[in-house]
Structures are given as structure tokens and as C-alpha cells.
Design a protein. Structure first.
Length: 291
């Protein structure tokens, strides 16, 4: 079949119909099969500053907990024990809003508060089958490769000690399946029982304006498919044009706290980094935690 990349994306894309974390999860049904044998699923965002990417990460977490029996969340960037979130989701003790106010800046959002509140509500309904935080702290390391190794070792160690299936929610610089990254180490350890999900976008505000990326960025064909938000299995059967796109040296969005729109990720292929992508054409800023 002489199918273009855009045609292939439209044929395989599963539209995402809502950002409401409490809404029915039917638009995420493809994950039921894709994550059927997974021990660890990473949800890597190209920015932590976008409401839409945080909302879909929350919904993916909820789907994996409710439909696939995942029971631990590794929330990258701080220590939930230190700020009191671990105790809150398991016992209800403490004030999650006050706890998050003491966390690192990119946890101080209403979206993360929503995740914590959902975890607590789940545990109240299921006191003998609780969701908990994995002990993955990402302590300071002298070199980037050491940090990646520590993050991976913490995740692997928690899985081995707890027996839990883990959702790891962080940034794509860590979660991409690439040699030396957290994702690469997880692939080496778990093989096909590791699923890498990338969260990407085209443009929006963070709150600084972020224009559409250059034409050679991997996200450009995703947006050219003409869909506002969708889930895409990058492992689906691929014609030559799609294989060339996924296997070519890639650049993709990577916007950190400095919010530099020119920032990007490179040094690999889009199809090598991720098994699945959840793409949004337009994003808006996360909602900073109100007091």
C-alpha cells in the first residue's frame, strides 16, 4: 500500500475525546491490549507546563490502575514521603494542598493535586488494594548518566520489592527508550514488558507563546493528520513512508521550566523512543496551585 504518513496516522489514530480525569475511559481502550503484559509504563511529557499533557497523563494513570491492575505511581522530581503525600494517599492524614506547596515547583499545580486527590479517593474505596507512590527520588548525581541509572535502579528495585506494576510519570528526556536513559535501562531490564508512552504537542502557551515546530520535527506529521488529540500505536504495521519517518534521526519538543520554545530532544529516532504517542495540537498552561 502506497500510504502517506498522514494517511497512516489518520487510519490508526484513536481520538481522545475529553480532558476530564473523572470521565469514562473509553477513548483509552487501545491501552488495554498495548499494556496487557507491561510491568512498567512510562508516561513522558515533552513539557511539564501544559494542562492538556498533565490531564491525559492522569487519565492514563487511572486507566492503567482500573483496567490493568497497576498499583504504584513513580512521580518524577521530588519525594512524596518528604512532603507528606505518601501518608495522605494511604491514610488521609494531612493537607495535600499544603504538602504540594512544599514540593518542587513543577508539582505545585492543580493538575497534580487532582492526581493526589484521585489516589486518596481510590484508596478510600479500596482500603485493602491501595494505590501508592513508588520510592523513586532521583537523588542528585555527579553526571546525567548516573542520574538515569539511579532512577532506573530505584524503579526496578521498587518493582522487585513490592511486586507492583508501575506507572512512571516524568519528562521525555528520561523516559525515552534510548541507550543510557531511564527508559533505555528499563527496556534492558523488562524487554517487551516495558511500554514507553510519549506526550507531544504542536503549539500553544506555557504561558509564553510556543509556535508550531520546524517542519523536520517529529510532531509535524502528527499535527498534519488534522486531528486535535489522539492516541497512536507506533508499533502498528507500517508502510515504507511511515517506517522512514519513525526510523529517521529525530528532533522533538523538550521544553523545561525555562520555557525556551527552541529547546528540543535529539540523538535518536521517534519510533525508537516511544511505543505509543498521545498528541495534542494545542496546549494551554497548567494551573498553578492556589492557596
Amino acid at each position: 500500500m502506497n500510504e502517506t504518513v498522514s494517511q497512516w496516522i489518520r487510519r490508526h489514530a484513536w481520538p481522545l475525546t475529553t480532558l476530564d480525569p473523572q470521565a469514562p475511559l473509553g477513548d483509552l481502550l487501545p491501552l488495554r491490549d498495548l499494556a496487557a503484559d507491561a510491568a512498567v509504563v512510562t508516561v513522558g511529557a515533552s513539557t511539564r507546563q501544559a494542562h492538556e499533557l498533565s490531564a491525559i497523563a492522569h487519565r492514563i494513570l487511572r486507566f492503567l490502575v482500573e483496567e490493568r491492575g497497576f498499583r504504584s505511581l513513580a512521580l518524577e522530581g521530588d519525594d512524596p514521603v518528604r512532603v507528606g503525600l505518601d501518608a495522605y494517599v494511604s491514610t488521609g492524614r494531612g493537607d495535600p494542598r499544603a504538602a504540594l506547596a512544599e514540593a518542587r515547583p513543577f508539582w505545585r499545580t492543580e493538575e497534580i493535586l487532582g492526581v493526589v486527590s484521585w489516589m486518596r479517593a481510590h484508596n478510600e474505596r479500596h482500603p485493602h488494594d491501595q494505590v501508592r507512590f513508588a520510592d523513586v527520588r532521583g537523588q542528585a548525581a555527579p553526571a546525567r548518566e548516573d542520574l538515569e541509572r539511579r532512577l532506573a535502579d530505584d524503579t526496578i528495585g521498587w518493582h522487585e520489592r513490592s511486586g507492583d506494576k508501575i506507572v512512571y510519570w516524568g519528562g521525555i528526556a528520561h523516559t525515552r527508550d534510548s541507550p543510557g536513559s531511564l527508559g533505555g535501562h528499563l527496556r534492558e531490564r523488562f524487554g517487551p514488558a516495558y511500554l514507553s508512552i510519549g506526550l507531544t504537542f504542536e503549539d500553544g502557551t506555557l504561558p509564553v507563546p510556543v509556535p508550531a515546530p520546524p517542519a523536520d520535527f517529529a510532531e509535524t506529521p502528527l499535527s498534519a493528520a488534522g486531528l486535535d488529540a489522539f492516541l497512536l500505536n507506533l508499533r502498528a504495521e507500517r508502510p515504507d513512508a511511515v517506517r522512514a519517518w519513525l526510523d529517521a534521526p529525530a528532533r522533538t519538543r523538550l521544553i523545561g521550566p525555562a520555557q525556551d520554545p527552541a529547546e528540543h530532544l535529539s540523538g535518536g529516532t521517534f519510533g525508537g523512543w516511544f511505543d505509543v504517542v498521545a498528541h495534542h495540537r494545542h496546549v494551554t498552561p497548567v494551573r498553578l496551585l492556589s492557596q
